[in-house]
Design a protein around this ligand. Structure first.
Ligand SMILES: [Zn+2]
Length: 262
């Protein structure tokens, strides 16, 4: 796990697996933890590291309902989890799915020593909407569907930080998962564009933190890829820096999803 400070009030942890990001933000004596790292020892380390750095955790937030972003309660079992309305609906409609997928991942990857995951009574945040942090600040909650059927992005305008979930990744091409949609994904990218313009730092769900210029460049590449995917299917060229075997497998999956949606 890597850790990176963005200014004095944001810490970003990047898991050794899938480079999944987990972002701690603080204002006064309140703080949120957005999404999660993955391995048990990474999660176990979080409370100590955050306490030492003086980052309180008053609540957990998730960008979307995929299991790899929902593990914060393993580190903070009594903290409440907040998520967008669409994610709350998804979690309610597929009870136990995150736990089952986590178990499958642990079995396949020989991960031992995991605490059982309980999401508790998650709270649905209105989207678009605002969420107070400390006495002076508000996070903006923006809709971000397309990768999955659900999702939000969190903008902290006073710090110039955007945490966008599984969009704008430097390591992963746009991934249309089972209930996702390429057209909804494109709409989300167009909605994120003005937020990226306001941001000094963009934290994608997977991969290194980006400055605003690099995030805008990835956004352009991803729009071009998705437009080509919708027009040309399998022939759509992948973004230059994301053409590995793993990315080609995601592309093949996307081609099937787009064909099935027509
Ligand atoms: Zn993810």
């Amino acid at each position: 796990m890597r850790a990176l400070a963005l200014g004095s009030d944001v810490l970003v942890f990047v898991s050794s697996y899938w480079q999944t990001t987990c972002t701690a933000i603080r204002a006064g004596d309140e703080g949120f933890l957005i999404d999660s790292v993955i391995y048990p020892e990474e999660l176990e380390a979080l409370p100590g590291v955050l306490e030492q750095a003086g980052f309180p955790v008053s609540g957990l937030l998730a960008t979307h309902g995929d299991w790899d972003h929902l593990l914060g309660r393993e580190a903070f079992p009594t903290a409440a989890l907040g998520c967008g309305e669409s994610t709350a609906q998804r979690l309610t409609s597929e009870p136990g799915a995150a736990q089952r997928e986590l178990r499958e991942f642990d079995e396949e990857s020989y991960v031992a020593g995991r605490r059982p995951l309980s999401l508790g009574a998650y709270q649905a945040l209105p989207v678009p909407g605002k969420l107070a942090l400390g006495p002076e600040h508000e996070l903006e909650v923006h809709p971000a569907e397309g990768h999955t059927v659900d999702g939000v992005a969190y903008l902290m305008p006073w710090m110039g930080v955007l945490v966008c979930g599984d969009y704008l990744s430097p390591v992963e091409i746009p991934w249309i998962s089972e209930h996702g949609s390429a057209t909804a994904y494109l709409a989300t990218l167009r909605r994120l564009a003005p937020l990226v313009e306001q941001a000094d730092h963009v934290v994608p769900g997977h991969g290194a933190v980006l400055d605003g210029t690099r995030a805008a460049a990835i956004l352009g590449e991803d729009v071009a890829y998705l437009e080509a995917l919708l027009e040309r299917g399998a022939d759509a060229p992948l973004p230059l820096a994301r053409r590995s075997g793993a990315q080609r497998r995601i592309h093949a999956e996307n081609v099937g999803r787009v064909a099935a949606a027509v």
